[in-house]
Ligand binder design. Sequence first.
Ligand SMILES: [Zn+2]
Length: 130
Amino acid sequence: MEIATPLKAKEAVSHFTIAELSRSTIALRHGIDNTPPPEAVLNMQRLIDNVLEPARNLLQKQIIVNSGYRCSRLNSMVGGAKRSYHLSGRAADITTGNIDDNRRLLEILSQLPHVELISEHGGLWIHVAF
Ligand SMILES: [Zn+2]
């Protein structure tokens, strides 16, 4: 995967990486190339800079990314919505690993800019889009 140098420099100071937001065990298992196109990389970096990193700093705890960018094959394989923000790299499914901290994270995210914010499966993870 090729990433422009300015983004790489920025990633170094962030808790989140484009690689982490593109990773998918399902894609790997099924031989799907989930490499994001440049415009999706830009969207992912905006999501990191405006939402994920500020939320991480306010929460003061690790945030795990379950799913970020999804190419259309991967998106249909996981049953994602046809017009899902995951397709353009604008969404991430994230968790702290426990429901209580996820509740705090949801509160923090509600104060940050977003276009979608959904607590999924009784608070097991949070879908956020920017
Ligand atoms: Zn999602």
